[in-house]
Design a protein around this ligand. Structure first.
Ligand code: C2E
Ligand code: CA
Ligand code: CA
Length: 758
């Protein structure tokens, strides 16, 4: 009971002290009462002696009682001082220095030394010394009664008790000592084992070939091993106390870092790859495991980071990947990369392709001849130069590959769903590749520049939901073969029909772009006449005077132009020239009108109205003689905007005409709301009107609606008198346009007729 015996001597444990007090207390109690009982036999009987010994026994009893209450310190004090006091009186009463009771004092002092420790014992010794001085002094003056030896039994009991206390104290102390020695031996053995174990672990951690870092919960480094120091180049002092993330884990993206923190917060291990930096800045790729270190109560107190250097392994893997996916000579991706890419582009099996891609196979013409003539080293250089040239014009998202030998492949991504547009785009790019190679290539160590043509085979991919990379490559190969057979320097499609259409459209677009600036466009005029045969004006129809193909009809090039912005520049050209024509005096003099076709794209241009106003002003044409022909399609997309624009054109004095009327949908519904002055009945209805009852009824309907809205009506494509009659009978104020009254003719020719006097 440590709280009860605080100052017990350090070399003795509490249990022994308690036992000593217990033995002492019982001995004193029993001996005191026994001696008192034996003294009763004395003659003459000394009540003082009996009572004093009984008192000593009572002191022992009190100590036993206090021990029973676990109050060992009080028990010890009562036992020693109580007994001392009793014994002192007994000694004084029994001869003082000459009596036998003095033996009590050394026993008490030794006993106090055992139990109470040094200081109380010194006090006891001092008190005893004082008592002895008193006895000496009392002896000199013979104050004390003489010693009595009458009761030998009591005397034996008295000596026996002293012996018993002393023997018990010695025995107990020795037992305690032996036990302690044994315990200490045991502890020492255990400690040595634990120490050896710890040293082993420490050496393992310290000498581990992998970096080991121990951080606190904030990530501050508390320990690093030798491998960490040698791998990162930091000194131990530089690393300790630093944030581990700062000192090495630079290679984690923020999202990855967050993942690490979350994992650790959950108490789990995190494993991953980090590209970390050495002190000198060099990168090391490490496989890292971060694990929480738990205390015995389960609380996480630290993290341990185990890092394995995988830089070399990674580099080797990259090298293997490079060798597998790239061509050694040109460093371009190789065929297996091409196959992988095509596989990815195929999209999900079973799903219709959302967009088309194009695969182009390019093969140098006459490469074998070059190789034979200049040697294979020069051949290699040429291939490298070709690779460089081709990669220069490759859009960043697309793929250029060296398939084999002098064969290259290009994958053009995401050309849209429209196959014909995709085809044209691919063809345009093929021509770009060919043109790039036709520019001279400078080869190192060769005085002569090389210049090689190339053939290209093209296919679109994927064509069906189960089209494969191999199929595409085979198709492109077939197309390439065809291009080569046609004499080299060409591009060919595998899909022949599409190839021709695409080629044709592509050529038209390219040549037309040139034609507008080069003045190859012509205006033809087709007369419009009233029922009395009077010419009221003409429709302006564009033609293309092609240097090779002669006069080209608009049906060939207008649709192509309409797919691009070309239609805008073409339309501007027509409008400007038509206005210039209209500015001729003859139109004003004879009140002749000109109708000009306007494409939707041109009409939608933001500045169209202003542009027209400028053209009218520049040419001096009378807007009131100009009609613009538009189709329903133009209105449908954005009705309100179209109507607003038409209103501002009407404000200029320009008439609007709805072309190809009847071929669109809900034509009649629009009529009411559109600010137009004229409709043109499509020639398909005009042709059939006299013979086909349905068309006849339809034309009659159109005519009556037009009359209702007060609209002028022009009938297109009137070729026969029967058609003209049919129309005239139902609409006497109709205007005819058709071969019956004249074909479109060159503007100059048409004008020339009016030059003659009427
Ligand atoms: P469109 O506006 O319907 O022009 C009338 C077309 O019918 C003209 O063909 C004309 O030659 C043809 N035609 C006239 N009378 C007859 C006839 O009795 N029988 C037959 N079968 N056809 C007749 P063209 O000149 O080939 O023009 C074709 C289309 O090209 C035009 O159809 C028009 O949509 C477009 N186009 C022509 N010039 C221009 C232009 O300057 N700008 C725009 N945006 N489109 C134009
Ligand atoms: Ca027209
Ligand atoms: Ca028309």
């Amino acid at each position: 009971m440590p709280a009860v015996v605080p100052s017990s001597p350090p070399e003795r444990d509490d249990a022994t002290t308690e036992q000593l007090v217990r033995v002492g207390a019982w001995t004193v109690m029993l001996a005191g009462t026994t001696i008192a009982a034996l003294l009763l036999l004395d003659r003459p009987l000394s009540w003082t002696q009996v009572l004093l010994n009984l008192g000593a026994g009572a002191m022992g009893g009190l100590a036993v009682f206090l021990g029973h209450l676990q109050r060992w310190r009080q028990a010890a004090l009562v036992l020693i001082w109580g007994v001392w006091a009793m014994v002192s009186v007994v000694a004084a009463n029994n001869g003082g220095l000459r009596g036998p009771n003095l033996l009590n004092f050394p026993v008490l002092i030794v006993f106090s030394g055992w139990i109470l420790g040094a200081r109380p014992t010194l006090l006891l010794t001092g008190a005893t010394g004082g008592l002895f001085l008193f006895f000496v002094w009392a002896d000199l003056y013979d104050w004390l009664p003489p010693a009595r030896y009458s009761n030998r039994l009591a005397y034996v009991a008295y000596l026996g008790a002293i012996l018993a206390v002393t023997a018990a104290a010695t025995l107990l102390s020795r037992r305690s000592y032996l036990r302690r020695v044994q315990e200490a031996r045991l502890t020492a053995t255990n400690l040595a084992a634990v120490d050896a174990e710890l040293r082993k672990l420490q050496r393992a951690v310290e000498q581990s070939p992998e970096s080991i870092v121990i951080t606190d919960l904030e990530g501050r480094i508390e320990y690093v091993n030798a491998a960490f120091l040698s791998r990162t180049g930091y000194a131990r002092d530089e690393a300790l106390g630093q944030l581990s993330a700062q000192i090495s884990s630079n290679g984690l993206a923020p999202a990855q870092r967050q993942g690490l923190c979350d994992t650790l917060a959950r108490g789990d291990n995190w494993a991953g790859e980090q590209v970390n930096r050495r002190k000198d800045g060099a990168e090391i790729t490490e496989a890292v495991v971060v694990a929480p270190i738990r205390q015995t109560d389960g609380r996480v107190s630290h993290y341990v980071e185990l890092k394995q250097d995988i830089t070399e392994r990674k580099r080797a893997a990259d090298e293997i990947h490079r060798l597998a996916h790239f061509d050694g000579l040109t460093s371009l991706p190789n065929r297996s990369t091409l196959m992988e890419r095509l596989h990815v582009l195929r999209g999900r099996a079973g799903r219709p392709p959302s967009t088309q891609h194009a695969l182009l196979l390019l093969d140098l013409d006459r490469f074998t001849t070059f190789n034979d003539a200049r040697g294979s080293e020069m051949g290699d250089r040429l291939l490298c130069a070709v690779a460089l040239r081709l990669s220069e014009i490759l859009p960043p998202q697309d793929l250029l590959v060296r398939v084999a030998g002098d064969e290259f492949a290009v994958v053009l991504h995401g050309l849209g769903v429209d196959a014909s547009l995709a085809g044209r785009h691919a063809l345009a790019f093929a021509e770009k590749l060919q043109a790039a190679l036709l520019r001279p290539l400078r080869l190192e160590g060769d005085a002569q520049d090389a210049q090689l043509g190339a053939s290209v085979g093209i296919t679109l991919y994927p064509q069906t939901s189960d089209d494969g990379a191999h199929d595409a490559l085979r198709r492109a190969g077939t197309a390439l073969h065809r291009a080569k057979q046609a004499g080299g320097g060409r591009a060919a499609f595998f899909e022949q029909g599409m190839g021709e259409a695409a080629e044709q459209r592509f050529r038209v677009e390219r040549e037309l772009r040139h034609a507008i600036g080069a003045g190859e466009l012509r205006l033809h005029l087709q007369s419009q006449v009233d029922v009395s045969g009077q010419v009221t004006g003409a429709e302006v129809l564009v033609r293309w005077q092609h240097p090779r193909d002669g006069l080209v009809a608009p049906g060939v090039f207008i649709p192509v132009a309409e797919e691009s912005d070309l239609i805008v520049s073409l339309g501007e050209w027509v409008l400007a020239h038509a206005c210039a024509l209209l500015a001729q005096p003859v139109f004003r003099e004879r009140r002749l009108r000109l109708s000009v076709n306007l494409s939707a794209r041109q009409f939608r241009q933001a500045g169209f109205v202003g542009q027209l106003r400028a053209v009218l002003a520049a040419t001096g044409a009378d807007p009131r003689l100009l009609t613009l022909e538009v189709t329903e399609g133009l209105v449908i997309d954005d009705f309100d905007d179209a109507v607003a624009k038409m209103r501002s054109l009407a404000a200029l004095g320009v008439d609007m005409s709805l072309d190809d009327f009847g071929t669109g949908y809900s034509s009649l519904a629009y009529l009411k709301r559109l600010p137009i002055q004229e409709i043109k009945i499509d020639r398909s209805f005009v042709h059939e009107a006299p013979t086909n009852a349905d068309d006849g009824v339809l034309v009659e309907g159109i005519l009556s609606v037009a009359r209702h809205f007060g609209l002028r009506v022009v009938a297109e494509g009137v070729e026969t008198q029967a058609q003209a009659d049919f129309l005239r009978q139902r609409a006497p104020d109709i205007v005819y346009q058709g071969y019956l009254f004249g074909r479109p003719e060159p503007d100059a020719q048409w004008l020339a007729r009016w030059a003659q006097p009427a």
